[in-house]
Design a protein around this ligand. Structure first.
Ligand code: NAD
Length: 508
């Protein structure tokens, strides 16, 4: 549970009150409890007041999704796609408003918030195209006068549980393909970004989504997320968030044999070889480490640098990072916003202490920015550690803030070994001009994504997204995997011989 959201706080006149959306109706929490979402750049500003939902609200939302399912699955896929495309057009029209709301609610700078919304728009276009594909397969039967095919079918009501760092993009990665495939949805967004979620759900209904097909339940993980995971009527769960909660979701849902798709954390390396274009590598490292204040699952949180360029790379990165303009992301010149809440701020600062204790050299930052104009927000200085070794916790654990570490290596082989020496395997990158090394890195880096001469962030929606090892449980979102994630396969045999034909026996 986070501390931006203080329970049962009365609405101020300035802050709008929001509702859950269940069966197309706006509804407060059954208990009447609320929580507020605050602007992390100014925590005195309440973005909105939301239902603090519990099991009773979740039960109602799942019931609505169950009821809506038989009708929705019968809507032809191209018609479901039209609706998603319409939602994408509305998002396009409201891109600026949505982006501003996002920056106010979770802090990333406006340009990045626009990118987040754009990702949702791209996803709408891509998934709408799937409505006229939604391919199955045909294959020959081993018997005469017999036809064989595989078709895709929806699960039924599915649960979508999302984090706060991509408050529009991540829900669209999940909700668009889930709906296109004919599932109905109960959506539990992060407690730090319920306003973005509410704006998205409203757009879906404006686009013509029938009641009950997409239900929104706001609230905290333990109170609203857990009962959703436990509800027996939910057959599939798509979760993005921390490894800790992901494991819990997998254990609870797994006991009921649900399909569970997990996208979890990362500790993503950029390898910088001696032969790299150093200017390019520095630009990439700066963007990869400090974009979204480092709060991306794909953030470049480890910079593995060959010794020949180590001193120059380090000095120049420190210089460039110290010049980053930190502030309220709505202000045009600001390059890095606040972190999302007090809990995150404390966690990031705790890791600074750990790094110092472990013997790493603090090269930049390492402090909470709490004097004016930062005193009403959750601001942390861009932070760089040098002389970091692979066994240190700051080189192993996800910090999820504007902290990156520089790890010196002698050779390419050592760089790959260090890169692979963590439990996570989401994104990875190498800067080199040597094509052989680039391909060797593509082959050997243990990650779901590898970039060459680009930082670890920058996924495009038409490629599968996800990671290996502790980053997930073998699933991929978006791209060609998107529909696969949200469908069951049915194998179909049609015997038009008019007689009993026994497979494996009557083969003559
Ligand atoms: P989190 O795990 O705290 O919360 C994620 C969601 O789970 C929230 O909606 C939360 O309310 C809910 N939740 C919490 N406890 C729950 C429970 N017991 N049962 C059901 N739901 C519960 O994560 P966060 O702080 O919102 O996000 C940051 C994390 O997400 C980081 O670890 C980051 O790496 C990860 N992330 C991963 C990806 C990816 O695609 N791999 C993308 C973005 C973020």
């Amino acid at each position: 549970m986070t501390t931006t959201t203080e329970p049962a706080e009365p609405a101020t006149s300035a802050a709008p009150t929001y509702h859950n959306v269940i069966a197309g109706e706006r509804a407060p929490a059954v208990s009447g409890a609320t929580f507020s979402s605050r602007n992390p750049a100014n925590h005195e500003e309440i973005v909105g007041v939301f239902p603090r939902s519990g099991p009773a609200d979740v039960t109602r939302a799942v019931a609505a999704a169950v009821e809506a399912f038989p009708r929705w699955r019968r809507v032809p896929a191209p018609a479901r796609a039209d609706l998603i495309l319409r939602a994408g057009s509305i998002m396009q029209e409201r891109k600026e408003d949505l982006a501003r709301l996002m920056t106010r609610e979770m802090g990333k700078v406006l340009e990045e918030s626009r990118g987040d919304v754009q990702e949702g728009i791209d996803m709408a276009k891509y998934i709408a195209g799937e409505g006229r594909r939604f391919f199955g397969e045909t294959m020959p039967s081993e018997l005469r006068d017999k036809f064989a095919m595989v078709i895709r079918q929806p699960f039924g009501p599915v649960a979508i549980i999302t984090p706060w760092n991509f408050p529009i993009a991540i829900p669209t990665w999940k909700i668009f393909p889930a709906l296109l495939a004919g599932n109905t949805v109960v959506f539990k967004p992060a407690e730090d970004t319920p306003a973005c979620a509410a704006a998205f759900v409203e757009i879906m209904h404006e686009a013509g989504l029938p009641s009950g097909v997409l239900n929104l339940v706001t609230g905290f993980g333990e109170e609203a997320g857990e009962p959703l995971v436990e509800d027996e009527r939910i057959r599939m769960i798509s979760f993005t968030g921390s490894g800790e909660v992901g494991r819990e979701v997998a254990a609870r849902g797994g006991r009921q044999l649900k399909k569970i798709s997990l996208e979890l954390g990362g500790k993503n390396p950029i390898i910088v070889m001696d032969d790299a274009d150093l200017g390019l590598a520095l630009e990439g490292a700066l963007w990869g480490a400090f974009g979204t204040s480092g709060q991306r699952c794909t953030a470049s949180s480890r910079l593995i640098v060959q010794r020949g360029v180590l001193d120059e790379f380090t000095a120049e990165l420190v210089k460039r990072a110290s010049a980053l303009r930190v502030g309220n992301g709505l202000e045009a010149e600001v390059q890095m916003g606040p972190v999302v809440n007090q809990t995150q701020l404390e966690r990031i600062h705790r890791y600074t202490g750990i790094g110092i204790e472990e013997g790493a050299t603090l090269l930049l930052g390492g402090r909470v920015l709490d004097d004016a104009p930062y005193d009403r927000g959750y601001f942390y200085a861009p932070t760089i550690f040098g002389h970091v070794t692979a066994d240190m916790r700051i080189a192993q654990e996800e910090i999820f803030g504007p902290t990156t570490v520089i790890m010196p290596v002698a050779t390419f082989e050592e760089a790959v070994e260090v890169a692979n020496g963590v439990k996570y395997g989401l994104s990875s990158a190498i800067y080199t001009r040597d094509i052989n090394r680039a391909f060797a890195a593509i082959e050997t880096l243990e990650a779901g994504i590898t970039y060459v001469n680009a930082p670890t962030i920058g996924a495009e929606i038409h490629l599968p997204f996800g990671g290996i090892k502790a980053t997930g449980n073998g699933h991929r979102e978006a791209g060609t995997s998107a529909i696969r994630e949200f469908t069951e396969l049915k194998s179909v045999y049609i015997d038009y011989s008019g007689r009993l034909q026994r497979a494996q026996i009557d083969t003559e």
